[in-house]
Design a protein around this ligand. Structure first.
Ligand code: ZN
Length: 466
C-alpha cells in the first residue's frame, strides 16, 4: 500500500486549508477551505481544482471556519458527490457559514457588475446561496472520540481541538498489509485557558503530523481582556457615548457577550443594553445551548439570569430595519456587529454613523489585518472611506488583546510536547512563512523535531509498501 499527501492550500498561508491524502487509489480531502486575504491568494479560488472533484472519495472537515470549508460549494458544483464527515456542531455551523459565504459571493459579483470593473459582461459569483445549499445533504456528522470506519483499511477519529464550537483534531488510521499508520491533522488549535472552549486534547502518538502554525511566532500577552474591556466600556459610558464592537458572529461575539455579562454581574460596568446586530449571531448563539457538552458554559446557560447569551438587557437584531434603528441611540448602549475587521457587513453603517462622534467608541477585539478599515482606524488615520465617502475618525478607539481563538507559540509547543514519541514527519501548515519558521526553530531546538514547511501544491510520499 502506498500513501501520499499533497498540499492544495494552507501552505505558507493561513487560508485555503486543503490536504489531499492518496491511499493507493482512494482519495481523501481533509478540509476544503477558501483562500482569503491577498488578491494573489484569492485568485486561486478561480483556478481549476488540481484534481477532478469527482475523483475524490470523501471529505473530512476539522471545523467550520470558511478558510476550512468555504470551497465546498464549488467542489460539489464541479462534481464531488461523496460524504463530508464532520462533528455535529461543525455540520450546523458550516450550513450557516456557507449560506452567508454564498450571499457574499453573489453580492460581490453584482457589485462588480454595477461598478463595471469585471472583464466579464455579467460577472458570475464563485458560487451562489443555492450552490451552498447543495452541500448540506452530503454532510455526515460523527461524534467526538468515536472511531469511524470508512473501509477495511481506513478509519478516523475526531478529538476536541478547542478553538471554536465543534472544532476537532483529526486522526486517520491506515491499515496496510503489515503495518498500521496514524496520520494526525491538528486542525486549528484553541487556547489552554479559554473561558468558553475546552483546551485541545493531547494526542500521544502520530507517524505523520500536520501542525497548524497561525501564531507560531507570537506570544500572546497574558493581559486581562476582561479588565481592559471593562475600562473601555466605563470610559465610553462616562463620555455619554455608545460603544461599538466589531466582532465575527461565530466565537468572538459569544466571548464578548460572556465577558460583558460577567462585568455587569460584578458591577464593573453599568447595566446598559447590549445589542447584537447580526442575523447570524442569534442562530450561532442558540447552538451553544444545543451543543452544551462541547464547551464549558452549559451550566450557566440553564438559568435565565446567569445566561450570558440570553438575559434581559441583551437584544438580538436580525432585520435590516432594526439594525438601522440603532443609529438613533445617543448614549448608554453597546452594539456588537460584524465583520470583525470592518471589511463589510452591518458594522459599516455603525462606523459611518459613530466614527464622527467624539463621545462614541470603537472597541476592536481581534487582530486587524493589513489593508482593512479596522487597521486604518487603529493606526490613527484621520478619515476612512465607507460607502464611497471619507468619514472623519473622531470617536475614541480601543484595542483589546488576548481574545484570540488560536493557541500561541507557547501553547503550540505545549501541545507538541504531548506526543510521547517524535512523529516521523511533521509538516507545519496554516501559518505565514515567518510564523511557521519561528515555530520550526523551537521544535528543532527543544524537541529535536525536524519539521517540513511545505509549498503550495507540493507532494510527499508518506509510506510505501506498508
Ligand atoms: Zn479556524
Amino acid at each position: 500500500m502506498q500513501v501520499k499527501l499533497k498540499f492544495l492550500g494552507g501552505a505558507k498561508t493561513v487560508t485555503g486549508s486543503r490536504y489531499l491524502l492518496h491511499i493507493d487509489d482512494y482519495k481523501i480531502l481533509i478540509d476544503c477551505g477558501l483562500f482569503q486575504g491577498l488578491k494573489e491568494l484569492r485568485l486561486r479560488n478561480w483556478d481549476k481544482f488540481p484534481i477532478s472533484p469527482s475523483d475524490i472519495n470523501v471529505v473530512i472537515l476539522t471545523h467550520a471556519h470558511i478558510d476550512h470549508t468555504g470551497y465546498l460549494p464549488k467542489l460539489v458544483k464541479e462534481g464531488f458527490n461523496g460524504p463530508i464527515y464532520c462533528t455535529f456542531p461543525t455540520m450546523e455551523l458550516t450550513k450557516i457559514l456557507l449560506k452567508d459565504s454564498g450571499k457574499l459571493q453573489e453580492e460581490e459579483a453584482s457589485y462588480a457588475q454595477k461598478k463595471g470593473y469585471s472583464k466579464h459582461e455579467k460577472p458570475q459569483p464563485l458560487y451562489s446561496i443555492e450552490d451552498a445549499e447543495k452541500v448540506f445533504p452530503l454532510l455526515q456528522p460523527i461524534e467526538m472520540e468515536k472511531e469511524e470506519r470508512i473501509n477495511p483499511s481506513l478509519s478516523f477519529t475526531f478529538f476536541n481541538a478547542g478553538h471554536i464550537l465543534g472544532a476537532a483534531i483529526l486522526k486517520v488510521k491506515v491499515k496496510g498489509q503489515t503495518q498500521e499508520k496514524k496520520i494526525v491533522f491538528s486542525g486549528d488549535l484553541g487556547r489552554y485557558h479559554d473561558p468558553i472552549m475546552n483546551p485541545p486534547v493531547r494526542i500521544p502518538f502520530a507517524d505523520i503530523l500536520l501542525l497548524e502554525s497561525t501564531y507560531g511566532n507570537r506570544k500572546q500577552l497574558t493581559n486581562k481582556p476582561e479588565e481592559e474591556l471593562g475600562l473601555a466600556i466605563r470610559e465610553t459610558f462616562r463620555n455619554g457615548g455608545v460603544a461599538v464592537i466589531p466582532a465575527f458572529a461565530v466565537g468572538r461575539t459569544q466571548m464578548i457577550l460572556y465577558y460583558l455579562h460577567l462585568l455587569q454581574q460584578k458591577g464593573k460596568i453599568p447595566n446598559i443594553p447590549i445589542y447584537v446586530d447580526s442575523p447570524m449571531a442569534i442562530n450561532v448563539t442558540k447552538m451553544y445551548k444545543e451543543f452544551g457538552h462541547y464547551h464549558k458554559l452549559s451550566p450557566v446557560l440553564e438559568e435565565e439570569d446567569c445566561n450570558p447569551f440570553l438575559h434581559k438587557k441583551l437584544h438580538y437584531y436580525q432585520t435590516q430595519e432594526s439594525s438601522m434603528s440603532l443609529n438613533a441611540i445617543r448614549g448608554d448602549a453597546i452594539i456588537i456587529s460584524a465583520s470583525g475587521m470592518a471589511s463589510g457587513g452591518r458594522i459599516l453603517h455603525h462606523l459611518y454613523n459613530r466614527l464622527p462622534n467624539e463621545q462614541d467608541s470603537i472597541i476592536f477585539v481581534g487582530f486587524q489585518a493589513e489593508g482593512t478599515r479596522g487597521r486604518k482606524i487603529l493606526e490613527g488615520e484621520k478619515t476612512v472611506r465607507i460607502y464611497g465617502i471619507d468619514v472623519p475618525v473622531k470617536a475614541k478607539t480601543f484595542y483589546i488583546e488576548g481574545l484570540s481563538a488560536h493557541a500561541d507559540q507557547e501553547e503550540l509547543m505545549e501541545w507538541a510536547e504531548g506526543f510521547t514519541n517524535k512523529p516521523k514527519m511533521t509538516f507545519l501548515v496554516h501559518g505565514e512563512r515567518e510564523a511557521a519558521e519561528s515555530l520550526s526553530t523551537r521544535l528543532k531546538e527543544e524537541l529535536d523535531w525536524n519539521p517540513i514547511i511545505p509549498e503550495y501544491l507540493e507532494s510527499f510520499e508518506l509510506f510505501d509498501g506498508i
